[in-house]
Design a protein around this ligand. Structure first.
Ligand code: ADP
Ligand code: ASP
Ligand code: MG
Length: 406
């Protein structure tokens, strides 16, 4: 008997018909004699609608109340899925994040899971029930509801798979696997049979929406085998996310390309070029629960310098406020921001052993007359910040020049 965790995203549960489809997939696994834990997202675009509702009231809602609001979406789908399973004769029980013991830190709207107490889940499985868990949500030490960041149901699923020592975590979505780039933007994108944890982690944090990046951190840390597959074609084998070097894995130089359009760039101008300034600024941003992505500091001229950094668009207003509070008293000359930027990244483990990859990337962008505003690299990733209107063109050109569609 295997323990299988299945996760179904928003589009896979968007209406009653799709819920019935999910129930059939769950029943198929349950009828094999396996124990099944199902994690579900909110139906369709529910979370977007809830966010839009809050925006009608205020641009800067309390993050605690945002979590209270957004977590309701998943509660609807777990109850409906349980009823759907009951209607086809499968004993199932639904739990919220709190009920299934998902403890997180206190960072509202982007909380991290710190512990999962699986007692209640195991008890229900022992009673031969299918366990349905609300994705994306947890509870902090003060019993406040938290959410894990947009797309966070993947993380709920993988974290539960890790905590319950599941045999596999199947992520059912609206594509049949992980592709070399978003197949909705580049039709030539190729489906990958396998991808390493590190590559998927880089692609996900660089914006490939197909997996929530934190879920891959869990998968890697606890060795959870993850398969990304389609809820529309459940018989098709998806993409396996696994350790490097497994199963005669081929190691191309570049595994994938991705664009992230939800970033904004903030530049603080003319700050004193003296020790402690960057520390003050980025400590204040961290204390305000803002994740900073890329940072560059210009060469100083006459003792002052400019610092630019990127944050998610949701955090832009807060970032401006925090930066101004810190820097105005220090005599900074001004602050500018740009929401029309995107981050384009290429990822591949093969980069470790090949030179000239960055040069080739920059060459492709220059051919297309695309200006690079910021650059950052890791061992297996190169990212650039460019004009958002050029992002799709850049992804297509890079996908082609690195031969990913072949
Ligand atoms: P779900 O609602 O199931 O969580 P998401 O919308 O979060 O699904 O993620 C699936 C989407 O991710 C796909 O529809 C696809 O457009 C997008 N995507 C982006 N990059 C990739 C990629 N490299 N491979 C596959 N899908 C990708
Ligand atoms: N419903 C949440 C969202 O739309 C979580 C998820 O779908 O994974 O972001
Ligand atoms: Mg998702």
């Amino acid at each position: 008997m295997a323990l299988v965790v299945q996760k179904f995203g928003g589009s896979s549960v968007k209406d009653v018909e799709r819920l019935q489809n999910v129930a059939r997939i769950v029943k198929g696994e349950y009828d094999k004699g396996n124990q099944v834990v199902v994690v579900v997202s909110a139906m369709g675009k529910t979370t977007d609608s809830l966010v839009a509702l809050s925006k009608q009231i205020t641009e800067t809602p309390s993050e605690r109340e945002m979590d209270m609001l957004m977590s309701t979406g998943e509660q609807v789908s777990i109850a409906l899925l349980a009823m759907t399973l009951h209607s086809i004769g499968v004993d199932a029980v639904s739990f919220t994040g709190q009920q299934v013991g998902i403890l997180t830190d206190e960072s509202h709207t982007k909380a991290r899971i710190v512990k999962i107490n699986c007692e209640r889940l195991f008890k229900a499985l022992k009673e031969n029930k299918v366990v349905i868990v609300a994705g994306f949500q947890g509870i902090d030490v003060n019993e406040n509801i938290t959410t894990l960041g947009r797309g966070g149901s993947d993380t709920t699923a993988v974290a539960i798979a890790a905590a319950a020592k599941a045999d596999i975590c199947d992520i059912y979505t609206d594509v049949d696997g992980v592709y070399t780039t978003d197949p909705r933007i580049v039709p030539e994108a190729k489906k990958l049979d396998v991808i390493t944890y590190d590559e998927m982690l880089e692609l996900a944090s660089a914006g490939a929406k197909v997996m929530h990046s934190r879920s891959i951190e869990f998968a890697k840390k606890y060795g959870v085998i993850v398969q990304v597959r389609s809820s529309y074609e459940p018989s098709v084998i998806g993409t396996f996310i696994q350790e490097e070097g497994g199963n005669n894995m081929e190691e191309p130089i570049i595994r994938g390309v991705t664009a992230y359009k939800n970033e904004a760039k903030v530049s603080v101008l003319g700050v004193p070029d003296s020790p402690g300034i960057a520390a003050k600024l980025f400590t204040a941003l961290a204390e305000a629960n803002i994740n900073v992505d890329m940072i560059i500091q210009n060469v100083s001229v006459h003792g002052s310098t400019d610092i630019s950094f990127t944050v998610s668009k949701e955090d832009l207003k807060k970032s401006i406020k925090v930066s101004e509070n810190i820097l105005t008293p220090l005599g900074a000359k001004g602050l500018t921001y740009d929401e029309n930027v995107a981050k384009v990244s290429i990822v591949g483990v093969g980069m470790k052993s090949h030179s000239g990859v960055a040069a080739k990337m920059f060459g492709v962008l220059s051919e297309k007359l695309i200006n690079i505003q910021m650059i950052s690299t890791s061992e297996i990733k190169i990212s650039v910040v460019i004009d958002i209107n050029k992002a799709d063109e850049a992804v297509k050109a890079l996908h082609e020049k690195f031969g990913l569609g072949e």
